[in-house]
Write a protein that binds this ligand. Sequence first.
Ligand SMILES: C[S@@+](CC[C@H](N)C(=O)[O-])C[C@H]1O[C@@H](n2cnc3c(N)ncnc32)[C@H](O)[C@@H]1O
Length: 260
Amino acid sequence: MQLENALDRIHNLDCVKGMRSLPESSIDLVITDPPFAIDFKPKRGNYNRTPGRVLDGYTEISVANYRAFTLQWMGGAHRLLKDSGALFVFSGWNNLKDLLLAADELGFLTVNHLIWKYQFGVVCKRRFVTSHYHCLYLCKDDRKRKFFNNARYGPEAKTDTGRSKRYRDLEDVWDIPREYWHGDIKTPTKLPAELIRKILAYTSEPGDIVLDPFAGSGQVLVVSRELQRRYIGYEIVPEYHAFAQKRLEENQYRIPDASG
Ligand SMILES: C[S@@+](CC[C@H](N)C(=O)[O-])C[C@H]1O[C@@H](n2cnc3c(N)ncnc32)[C@H](O)[C@@H]1O
């Protein structure tokens, strides 16, 4: 597919297949949150959500196939990224090793290993509560990658306690709350818009092309558009694809559940 035809759309396709059809070195930034391979059950009661409003169809990958699957999609991302490009990939700790090994094998360089601290961990009886995700910030060429140090705060900006806001914002542990969409339709997992805004602000510019191979609710695409970036998304589950497409086409951030 010609790049121009693929742009500013979410495609109901397996991302590995979709990415193959795009030209090499055409993408500025990949932000993505692949399936976890943890036998994730999105409608489990302890996720504190109304199961009826969570769309069906979540597609998991088996642990045994995770390494091969990761190499496939990450290899596709490596081929598509420009030398100045970067990949942000989210992961729980369970299968992080597969992402780290694949990144090395494919020739990505690690810029940062970010931690997203969240507040929706599932309470456990016999171990500590997991309340973070990993986010690997990877690039192809460390000298060419983009980074806009003053994108959100200048050197003069101070917190209430007199500390540098820019320093705080640039720390590699990000404490960002989950968005609760009470009463609205949702997919089982979605990244908070603030997380995506932050990545986009520091590492891309208006007009850049952002790719999310595992688009889910379309959050990366919706926020990319909000910040005047171009975007391409893939989502394999028809219900999620339709939901994300509706959000994009109707320019609606949240979609109320009409059934009440
Ligand atoms: C963790 S979710 C992504 C959530 C997304 N970041 C958001 O904020 O809504 C992973 C998504 O990848 C989709 N998926 C799984 N395998 C895929 C494939 N081969 N190609 C495209 N999408 C796939 C799943 O259906 C799921 O919606």
